[in-house]
Design a protein around this ligand. Structure first.
Ligand code: SF4
Length: 258
């Protein structure tokens, strides 16, 4: 008797987009169905200031490569920050429309590298919707069963977009996400300051069964409610200070696919 092979039905990647143009075909050939690109601005100067990299053209080229290939699941993730890029909401919606993708606006979170975060910089979901409504008119909530963190909305011309209200209305109670860093740290929450060192278990020769047991038991014991706990704080400051961030690079969101 042949045992059924477990099948992965929905493979996705999240990327900063810099290598996307050159890797798009290989990713597609490898069976990746969905790609999410972080894109906080359409202004090259602003991009440089935000990312400290001069890679705006490569990122746009990567997104265009995905469009040309007709990849069905393109998403663009934008963290909206007051006074930084909140004047680009409509431009980003139109860019996503041209690229055949869906944009998701994410409330600015006090995680990792956001060492200068303040609540004043958070543009809340209600305000994002108000601004989009002022420009486009009627907005409908898309009602769907999904474990995705974004609520999706539809404009009157059928274009859809998403909002992730991670700061003002966190969804920790229904969260089913964890993150694995490139060097094997398994983190159960975006706010986690430490994770399980799976690489160590692999190098110690743990069997797949042992690893599965460890992962299952850690996941079953998971009580993480990072964003909800932060919401209860009265005097909310950035979570991580610069010095600590330098000493522990794992705290940076880009190392954990935040
Ligand atoms: S803060 Fe942590 S528990 Fe809450 S939604 Fe984010 S990853 Fe999940």
């Amino acid at each position: 008797m042949i045992a059924a092979e477990p099948r992965i039905r929905d493979m996705a990647i999240t990327t900063n987009g810099i290598l996307l143009a050159q890797e798009a075909q290989a990713l597609r050939d490898a069976g990746i169905q969905r790609v999410t690109v972080s894109l906080d601005t359409l202004k090259p100067e602003r991009f440089r200031a935000l990312t400290r990299r001069d890679a705006y053209p490569q990122v746009i080229e990567g997104i265009e490569a995905v469009r040309r290939m007709g990849w069905p699941g393109l998403k663009l993730d934008t963290v909206v920050m007051r006074g930084v890029n909140d004047d680009e909401i409509a431009d980003l919606i139109e860019f996503a429309r041209r690229m055949g993708g869906e944009i998701r606006f994410i409330e600015y979170m006090d995680v990792g590298g956001a060492t200068r975060w303040s609540m004043d910089q958070v543009v809340a979901r209600a305000e994002i919707l108000e601004r989009i409504g002022a420009r486009y008119g009627r907005i409908e909530l898309v009602v769907e069963e999904s474990s995705a963190p974004a609520d999706r909305f539809r404009l009157s011309d059928d274009l859809t977009f998403g909002i992730i209200s991670s700061t003002t209305a966190p969804f920790c109670r229904t969260c089913d996400r964890s993150r694995l860093t490139a060097d094997g740290q398994w983190l159960l929450c975006l706010y986690a300051t430490a994770g399980m060192d799976l690489r160590k278990y692999l190098r110690d020769g743990s069997s797949n069964r042992d690893l599965a047991g460890l992962i299952r038991s850690a996941w079953q014991g998971r009580r993480d409610r990072g964003a909800e706990e932060r919401l209860l704080l009265k005097d909310r400051q950035p979570l991580i200070q610069v010095g600590e961030l330098r000493a522990k690079p794992h705290l940076e969101m880009h190392t954990r696919g935040g």
